[in-house]
Ligand binder design. Structure first.
Ligand code: ADP
Ligand code: ZN
Length: 628
């Protein structure tokens, strides 16, 4: 279906025209097609680089609006541009949401029937497409490259460009094949996009893609609408249920480390009446697709996924990302939490932290490096790199300073604000354990009494005064430290020991059955020359952050829910993800403004001419209470 009428320049050469008319043309398109009133500052710069044919590297956080940077230029120049994207699901979602605004785009991927492919190739040949999405491995297919050369492709956008760097956290060897683009299309411009790039990864992207004097555009990494919390993990299931309880009926992603855990937890949540399903790379593709579709169409609320997977899950109104285990890097954390609040509305990101995860990851990292085909020095380098990433993650989880500041600084950006008002630390939710130092001394002396030969569990059982076989067998019920901490339950006690391990106040042997040991700091603690602060393991009180209250200001919640229901029907009927029909931000704006005429509807962000034509009447009816 053709898009709204636009006044387009005749050819790319008209780009030499003064900047002013181009800017107003851009603004005009932005409002007609997308219903947005202005570009974000970095988008404007990125779009100008693209229109100038200058290579660029655009680093913007998830939700920053990268897609518009490559979606808009081909409309201006009436060209077909190519987007390389690592995952089919990502491509499909984008094509769906582009079709919802009448934008001519298509994705070439392995899941197409031969008729579908032919149809796309015909549209490509006829110059009908503005964007063609494809995967990196397809580019070695010379037939496709020839075809792209024939239609005169002048611009390539490389999405998730960090996948090209093995310094990144998500290296994909097939991305390396993209160095070919420069050779085959010497006069085309290349535009790399990523949400996560430390300076080293940035340099690597530039050199691997052979970017020529690129415009490097760095966005701010901070996501002010995300509320970060780190909660000591004591009981995964109870805590998960409690946190999900704050998001009833809202889209949530729950991450676990293992496939088995995702299935167990999803089953448990479903038994509690939640609309939840597991999602991991081991499920058969059909099953995975079903879950993804159900989530996209809002027939399920909660996806329980492995951290290794999930790039394919996309929905702009995710209100909660809950990590029940530690991600393996801050890059991964930023990316996974980045899936929430993409519509700019407040969303919560909770990490259930236990340092036990650090040890599990470490042994997993070692095991998989040793099992790989790599030679030993390479394997060692890989292990060292991954452990560095892991420890940065651990430091973040343990820190008691502003989460927004910590994340920004990790990505090389100073964070201005003193208090973000949107993290557990700044909201004053973290609570220290009463008599931390005395409790720590009791724990450390118990480690000494059992002669540094036992693991965390046994030490805590002794401290709690439990009557286990192991305790009786070793005569540990006669130790002076037996029953010193009777009021703690086992999980809370273990959590405190892990906190001491984290802070380096205790050591731990390596191997399969690690034992807890003493170090210099432990002795200083015992002598009373050192003190510690432990976090209350049962903390979990939360305060409403201001961002969330603001987002709901003046919204008629009843109308909002009715519109969500309507959206679900439309999505179901069209077989499209619900958020591509309308995102939550637009729905809330409607439920706030209650527009009574088509002109008033057009003033809502996210409503352009196509959406007005498609849904205007239905929405006006809903607002006026004439339907549903
Ligand atoms: P990214 O790819 O960087 O993660 P997206 O391109 O998906 O981000 O954009 C995130 C959200 O911001 C989307 O809901 C999109 O519609 C919205 N958005 C992008 N640009 C603008 C703009 N100029 N004005 C208003 N909303 C925008
Ligand atoms: Zn903060």
């Amino acid at each position: 279906m053709p898009g709204p009428a636009t006044s387009l320049p005749d050819s790319i050469s008209s780009l030499d025209a003064p900047a002013e008319p181009i800017d107003s043309r851009i603004t005009d398109m932005l409002s007609r097609w997308w219903g947005f009133d202005q570009l974000r500052p970095l988008q404007a710069e990125a779009i100008h680089s693209a229109l100038d044919g200058r290579d660029s590297l655009v680093v913007m956080p998830t939700g920053g609006g990268k897609s518009l940077c490559y979606q808009l230029p081909p409309l201006v120049t009436e060209t077909t541009d190519v987007v390389i994207s690592p995952l089919v699901a990502l491509m499909k979602d984008q094509v769906d949401s582009l079709e919802a605004i009448g934008y001519p785009a298509a994705a070439l991927h392995s899941g197409l029937s031969s008729e579908e492919r032919t149809r796309i190739l015909n549209r490509l040949a006829a110059g009908e497409l503005r964007l063609l999405f494809t995967a990196p491995e397809r580019l070695v297919n010379t037939g496709l490259l020839d075809m792209l050369a024939r239609v005169g492709v002048k611009r390539f956008a490389i999405d998730e460009a960090h996948c090209i760097s093995h310094w990144g956290h998500d290296f994909r060897p097939e991305y390396r094949q993209m160095s070919l683009l420069r050779e085959r299309f010497p006069s085309a411009s290349l535009h790399a996009f990523t949400a996560t790039a430390t300076p080293r990864v940035r340099d690597d992207i530039i050199s691997q893609l052979h970017l020529r004097n690129p415009d490097v555009l760095l966005g701010t990494f901070d996501r002010p609408n995300l509320i970060y919390r780190v909660v000591p993990r004591t009981d995964r299931i109870t805590q998960t249920l409690h946190i999900l309880g704050r998001h009833a009926g809202e889209a949530s992603i729950v991450y676990c480390i293992s496939r088995k855990e995702t299935e167990r937890l999803a089953a448990r949540l479903a038994a509690e009446g939640l609309l939840a399903r597991p999602y991991h790379a081991g499920l058969d593709p059909e099953e995975r697709r079903k879950t993804q579709d159900a989530f996209a169409r809002e027939t399920i609320d909660v996806v329980v996924a492995t951290v290794a997977f999930g790039m394919g899950i996309d929905r702009s109104d995710v209100r909660l990302v809950l990590h029940t285990a530690l991600p393996k890097s801050l890059e991964a954390y930023q990316q996974e939490t980045g899936r929430s609040g993409r519509d700019g509305l407040a969303a919560e990101c909770v990490l259930l932290y236990s340092s036990a995860d650090v040890f599990s990851w470490e042994s997993l990292v070692r095991k998989s490096a040793l099992e790989s085909e790599l030679e030993s020095t390479q394997a060692e380098a890989l292990i060292a790199g991954q452990i560095q990433h892991l420890h940065a993650m651990r430091r973040y989880a343990q820190a008691t300073r502003c989460r927004h500041a910590a994340l920004s600084e990790y990505f090389g950006q100073a964070y201005g604000s003193v208090s973000c008002g949107a993290c557990d630390v700044c909201l004053g939710e973290t609570e220290s354990f009463p008599d931390s130092t005395v409790t720590a001394q009791k724990i450390v002396s118990c480690v000494a009494r059992v002669q540094e030969r036992f693991g965390v569990r046994h030490i805590c059982e002794v401290l709690r005064g439990a009557k286990t076989d192991g305790i009786t067998r070793h005569g540990h019920d006669r130790l002076s430290t037996f029953g010193l901490l009777p009021s703690l339950d086992q999980r809370a006690a273990e959590n405190l020991v892990h906190q001491l391990l984290d802070q380096g106040m205790l050591a731990r042997s390596s191997g399969d059955r690690p034992v807890v040991m003493l170090n210099d700091y432990s002795w200083e603690l015992l002598r009373g020359t050192r003190s510690v602060v432990l976090q209350e393991p049962r903390a979990g009180k939360t305060r409403a952050p201001k961002a969330d209250e603001d987002d709901w200001q003046g919204v008629d919640r009843d109308l909002f829910e009715r519109m969500r229901k309507w959206r679900r029907h439309v999505a179901e009927a069209r077989g499209k993800p619900a958020w591509t029909i309308f995102d939550d931000k637009s729905l809330r704006a409607i439920a706030r403004e209650k527009p009574a005429s088509p002109a008033a509807l057009l003033r809502i962000k996210g409503i352009g001419e196509k959406r007005l034509a498609d849904f205007g009447t239905a929405i006006l009816d809903l607002v006026a209470g004439r339907s549903l």
